[in-house]
Design a protein around this ligand. Structure first.
Ligand SMILES: Nc1nc2c(ncn2[C@@H]2O[C@H](COP(=O)(O)OP(=O)(O)OP(=O)(O)O)[C@@H](O)[C@H]2O)c(=O)[nH]1
Ligand SMILES: [Mg+2]
Length: 505
């Protein structure tokens, strides 16, 4: 928290928190931060959480619910009028009726859900039912990485971006941008055309690095990939330059123009995002797609580790107190969740959590989460697969079955690529995740375990080239009375219990 110690910012956060408390009246409020890079599963998690609360899910490990003390949950108008509402109904329609996943989030959205409960204590029950507001914000994951820019000058950001783009796994992707850089003179007179050309080449490099096969995470500035309402705006016409270390930036040069725009991006785009949403959270769940990074290999894992370290450095952990709750607001519980655990067999869930624990351990140590309670789990907000046992060479193998999304492909050894039609169910033996968390940073080891994927459905005997399949959302079962059951999940109940259970006592 080096960059947000300015008194005006802290005062603004405190004022917003007081306004919040007044607006909520007597009802206590938890602001839950759902933090995750792009495609980590934030929108799906939020939709599933609300659906299970409102619809009444299978939540045996969510104590207040399992004990029958949760008497109601309903959506309310969101507290900040300036932020559009999270489109819960549209997402659920997509997931449940159309059985498709939501689109990438393009703008910030907010939701308030009010939970009514009966206290576990007989004494408190005498005062009537308790109520708790849960406020949640959804946003494009790309924007998260901008937080690291708050602590960096333009010169430092330029240096870091260039050094990163010269790493072996990025250099080829950055080639065209480097070429444009070679043609420009940072100390020449500022020309709009140069700025536009460089910004376009830099943005193209960020897009290439994000592609599935590379799955890189460190890609700021976030609005270059997901501009939101800045689409086409000149605010995004800047890029890093190759500046001599320590050399001053003279006025009216290309470098000065870029620096000015970078500063304006930090002040007018990144800072409000941090101050209005990120600095005022009581609880945090950090969603991490370990499997996508494991599939892409050690470079993607190392990149994910650095990206998470940058994000965690911006947390404001601390012990909750009534005063801190109103003024400073500190995050007193942080949950790290490896998402999409339904892609591996349950026997591997502990391993998956272990890998995530290892990935965030250094960053968590550095961020010194003093006073905050930290936990790590493997979860699936929506379970799209089921577990089956498949016979192979006389052995029973633990496999998962589901319907791959239309257009998903798998290339089997020596055979032609199979393209799925979105209707056919298949069984996969996902292989075992490595037992040794350190091995995922080493060159060949991590994918080898996953790459032993075998398509058992079509009678395939060959090992398949590694491919992380996306399954369609599940078809919801109905009860004998014809009622549709809520979305199936893995450990969403434990997650809820950890994040809000203590406030429903
Ligand atoms: N099987 C399975 N897939 C999931 C789950 N959660 C997310 N996914 C997959 O991951 C993709 C991304 O999930 P989102 O919730 O849209 O991710 P996000 O973090 O909101 O992404 P951005 O909006 O781009 O920041 C989905 O389209 C699904 O393919 C899950 O619980 N199970
Ligand atoms: Mg989203």
């Amino acid at each position: 928290m080096v960059f947000l110690t300015r008194l005006t910012d802290e005062a603004r956060i405190a004022i917003d928190n007081i306004a919040d408390t007044i607006r909520s009246g007597a009802t206590p409020t938890i602001r839950l931060g759902v933090t995750g890079l792009s495609r980590s599963g934030k929108t799906v998690f939020l939709s599933a959480l609300v659906h299970n609360l409102i619809h009444g899910g299978r939540l045996p490990l969510f104590d207040a619910y399992a004990g029958g003390r949760l008497t109601g949950a309903r959506l309310q108008p969101q507290p900040d009028d300036a932020v559009p509402r999270f489109d819960y109904e549209a997402h659920i329609k997509d997931l449940v009726e159309n059985r498709i996943w939501p689109q990438s989030t393009r703008r910030i959205r907010q939701l308030r859900i009010t939970i009514e409960y009966e206290s576990a204590s007989g004494w408190k029950r005498r005062f009537g039912r308790g109520r708790l507001n849960l406020d949640i914000v959804d946003y494009p994951g790309e924007w998260l990485l901008d937080l690291a820019l708050l602590g960096k000058s333009y010169a430092r950001w330029s240096r870091d971006s260039l050094a990163m783009s010269r790493q072996p796994h990025r250099a080829a992707l950055a080639g065209p941008w480097h070429e444009e850089l070679g043609k420009s003179d940072a100390l020449a007179a500022a020309q709009e055309d140069d700025a536009r050309r460089l910004a376009a080449a830099f943005t193209a490099y960020l897009h290439a690095a994000r592609a599935d096969e590379h799955a890189l995470s460190m890609l700021p500035p976030g609005r270059f990939l997901m501009p939101g309402d800045l689409d086409g705006s000149p605010a995004l016409t800047f890029a890093p330059l190759d500046l001599a270390p320590g050399a001053p930036i003279a006025r009216d040069t290309l470098a000065a123009m870029m620096e000015r725009r970078y500063e304006s991006y930090r002040n007018h785009v990144v800072k409000p995002f941090f101050r209005d949403h990120f600095a005022r959270l009581d609880r945090q769940i950090v969603l991490v797609d370990m499997l996508a990074a494991l599939n892409a290999g050690p470079a993607a894992i190392a990149d994910l580790e650095s990206a998470l370290a940058d994000v965690l450095a911006c947390f404001r952990p601390g012990r909750a107190s009534w005063l801190a709750g109103i003024l400073g607001r500190r995050t007193d519980r942080i949950l790290f969740a490896a998402t999409k655990a339904d892609h591996v067999h349950h026997a591997d869930h502990d391993n998956l959590a272990q890998l995530l624990r290892r990935l965030v351990s250094k960053a968590a140590d550095r961020a010194a989460f003093s006073g905050a309670n930290v936990k790590v789990v493997a979860m699936a907000a929506i379970r799209a697969t089921c577990e089956v046992s498949v016979k192979r060479d006389g052995h029973s193998l633990p496999a998962i079955a589901g319907i791959p999304m239309r257009g998903e492909t798998v290339r089997s050894h020596g055979k032609k690529t199979e393209i799925y039609d979105g209707e056919t169910e298949i069984a996969l033996f996902p292989g075992d995740l490595p037992d040794d968390p350190d091995s995922i940073f080493e060159p060949v080891s991590p994918p080898s375990s996953l790459s032993s994927k075998v398509n058992l459905n079509a009678g395939e005997e060959d090992a398949l080239a590694l491919r992380f399949l996306r399954f369609r959302p599940p078809k919801l079962e109905k009860t004998a009375a014809g009622l549709t059951l809520s979305l199936p999940h893995i450990r969403l109940d434990q997650v809820l219990d950890y994040l809000i259970g203590d406030r429903l006592q």
